[in-house]
Design a protein around this ligand. Sequence first.
Ligand code: AMP
Ligand code: GLY
Length: 437
Amino acid sequence: MLSIPKHSLKILVIGGGGREHALVWKLAQSPLVEKVFCAPGNGGTATENKSENVDIKIDEFAKLSQFCLDQKIDLTVVGPDNALAAGIVDYFKEKSLRIFGPSKAAARLEWSKSYAKQFMAKYNLPTAKFLTCNSYNDALRIAKANAWAQVIKVDGLALGKGVYVCNNKDSVENSLKEIFEENKFGHAAETVLFEEKLNGEEMSLFLLCDGKDILPLAPSQDFKRRFDDDCGPNTGGMGAISPPANYDKFKDIFFESIFKPLQTALRSEAINYQGLLYTGVLLHQDQASGQIQPKILEFNARFGDPETQAVLLRLKSDLLPALWACTEGKLAEINLEWSEEKSCCVIAVNSDYPEKSSNDKTITIPSQSPEKIIVFHAGTKLKDKNLVTAGGRVLAVVALDAHLEQAAKKTYDYLANLNFESMDYRKDIGRLKSKIH
Ligand code: AMP
Ligand code: GLY
């Protein structure tokens, strides 16, 4: 049985984006919870029911842990990857504080792309063909000898910017120059990974892990490119849907070729992975045979953003016992119930995003939102009690409906009522045709 108290729990969520607002919103609904603190939070978590912001940064581990001791926090939930990679979970556990998230060593599945690939190879998890190297000369040699090596990934956390998907030899060479000669990633450029370029549709599979068992959450899909029709630069994510239109068709394949071997791999590797494992999968369609096979592109050691906003809106069960169970190795006791309805999440950004972010612009949001529409905040803050912009991705509007097209329509109709200076958003989330035929 879970050792969870029956009432009056205090929770701390670490982070300040849309993902953290969604986590705060969902955890605050738990009948077991009295209060959810969010450090540092945003304008949304400042005003959410039962929630309060705490003015501590995500890398101030000593202050964060002291806050938990002073306030008798029952559970801390970590949002951002950099806190995990810097060892916040190890730090909290040394102080006997309960925390949801993998240790620094386990989070290596995210912060070292080369370790993640070795892990996949060792346990026969399906992934793109790859080679690693440590020097410019080696990299040039590999690129010349292997026409398939068109995707280049810089090892280490590069804040989403360390991946080059190239189209030809020249762009491969230019990317290598940027990495090794212009030293764009500093020390992160010591190891570089080449991958075969895959084609198809990406999906985000979130797995709760307790060190022994895994429990998949509802699948989702995010849209990373800045502009409609998946054009423009990669961003932190411009929208998300749950479930992806094609997921059900391939459900059994996902189970057999990803979930089952991944559970075995995690057990065998003995890294005691407790937390959320975000498995980024590409449903690869072989151009010659037309055959479709899911391949793992990457792992993240945390919830995705903005997928979390789309996924949590569909979760009918209490999230708190599920996160708690991960910290005790008792996921087997958890059953999660999901809405059959589909969700569509669209991110409102400032028009210069991702180059620039927006600051101090007044945000107007209607005080009441219709049923089954939620506005999660990302780059917002309260300034003299007024809501203003404080980032590139400002708001995430999510709607739920029996049909994805209707969920998208509701989201877009509602977005028309929001406003801040130079607000922009993609118009095709939930409306794009599948890339799989
Ligand atoms: P990653 O950080 O590894 O997920 O890569 C960022 C993005 O680059 C992914 O979401 C994909 O859109 C793209 N990408 C990564 N690896 C590959 C690959 N092997 N083939 C094609 N696209 C890829
Ligand atoms: N939406 C992509 C991520 O969270 O990494």
